[in-house]
Ligand binder design. Structure first.
Ligand code: PLP
Length: 385
């Protein structure tokens, strides 16, 4: 009896859902599928962060907070931006959201009008074009290639600028590519934003997960043109706590707050207390991050070497915890390749279809070395019958 809204109907059904549901089906049937598809740390949230949340519950920090977050947390985020990123955002130029995703959602709705164009380096995280399209704006992919390690070419980016271009979305270190854009590229992108009066939304969710590269915040080069988005999920193994945040021009932050005041009101008070501990007790947190980084690096080295040894072309990711493997030797179509890998090797991977990565699949190495070795063993039976 009800028809759904045009917005709801416009959401693209994910091509990866088919593979995910098949993996669940196999699991339910008792098949031991190893999942290399999840985008979250396999570590538990550090103890000092959990303790702060428990204390918050016991001491009654269980009520609404200001829309933009508790003042102590905004101050801690402002300090963090200065200390770790060299960015100067006053506490009232900072807002706290329910996950990094809501920061992006609020930002896109605060900044985009129908018909505006948004440049998104591809392969991209699938939520960027989907949220952009929900606003009525038009996502414009700027393709990068595995041959260059998915490095963004600023000239190719600028060639996509039209009179309708309004925004550039950057994600470095990137999901799904693991690419980390070097300072020269970021400087060039900053100059493009200044030349054409564009806003850069810089998603730095994976900033701590860098291996052989240097992570630089583009906001240092074009502060007036940058909104920096970050959060607790990936860095501190806090995906379930739902804490994201953003810093940027005050008018943009104010508009994001106005939107949030009519949707979620504020991020969970208990989770804000936890995030506050993560940022204030940053030396303890740093120890956790360094330990995790060491583990991820080891896993990355094993999985990249293993995939290359199997004859699957795989650029070495410089950051995050994903690797992109070329699966055209298994099947020309990556969706089919992912199905074969699932059915015959019992490994769940994400086909690149939805990220604009044809011929490739994404594997997440946020899992134990033991699992990674087993995955490689299973893939070997597939590629070398
Ligand atoms: N940005 C990127 C690139 C991501 O990969 C993710 C999560 O997968 C997010 C943002 C969202 O993070 P959160 O879980 O804090 O909403």
């Amino acid at each position: 009896p009800f028809t759904l809204s045009q917005r709801a109907l416009s959401l693209k059904p994910s091509a990866t859902v088919a593979v995910t549901s098949r993996a669940l089906e196999l699991r339910r049937a008792g098949v031991d599928v190893i999942s290399m598809s999840v985008g979250e740390p396999d570590f538990d949230t550090p103890e000092h962060i959990k303790a702060a949340a428990i204390h918050a519950i016991r001491s009654g920090q269980t009520k609404y907070t200001p829309v933009s977050g508790i003042p102590e947390l905004r101050e801690a985020i402002s300090d963090k931006f200065r200390r770790e990123n060299g960015l100067d955002y006053a506490p009232d130029a900072v807002t706290v959201t329910s996950g990094g995703k809501q920061a992006l959602f609020n930002a896109f709705f605060a900044l985009l009008n129908p018909g505006d164009e948004v440049l998104i380096p591809a392969p991209y995280w699938v939520s960027y074009p989907e949220i952009v399209a929900l606003t009525g704006a038009v996502p414009v992919p700027v393709q990068t290639s595995p041959d260059s390690g998915f490095l963004l070419d600023p000239e190719a980016l600028e060639a996509c600028v039209t009179s309708r271009t309004r925004m550039i979305v950057l994600n470095s270190p990137g999901n799904p590519t693991g690419a980390v854009f070097p300072p020269e590229v970021l400087q060039a992108v900053a100059r493009i934003a200044q030349r054409h009066n564009l806003i850069i939304v810089s998603d730095e969710m994976y900033e701590h997960l860098v291996y052989d590269a240097e992570q630089v915040s583009i906001g240092r080069y074009a502060p007036e043109h940058t909104l920096t988005v970050n959060g607790a999920s990936k860095a501190y193994a806090m995906t379930g706590w739902r804490i994201g945040y953003a810093g940027g021009p005050k008018t943009v932050i104010a508009a994001m707050n106005a939107l949030q005041s009519q949707s979620t009101s504020n991020a969970s008070s208990v989770s804000q207390a936890a995030a506050l501990a993560a940022l204030v007790e940053h030396e303890l947190t740093r120890k956790f991050v360094d330990g995790a980084l060491l583990a991820y690096r080891q896993r990355r080295d094993v999985i990249v070497a293993g995939l290359i040894d199997l004859g699957l072309q795989t650029p070495t990711p410089q950051g995050a915890f994903y690797v992109m493997a070329n699966t055209t030797s298994i099947h020309a179509d990556e969706l089919e390749a992912a199905r074969i890998i699932l059915d015959q090797a019992r490994v769940a991977v994400v086909p690149g279809t939805d990220f604009s990565a044809p011929g490739q699949v994404r594997l997440s190495y946020a899992t134990s070395l033991e699992n990674i070795h087993e995955v490689l063993r299973r893939l070997r039976t597939l590629t070398r019958p």
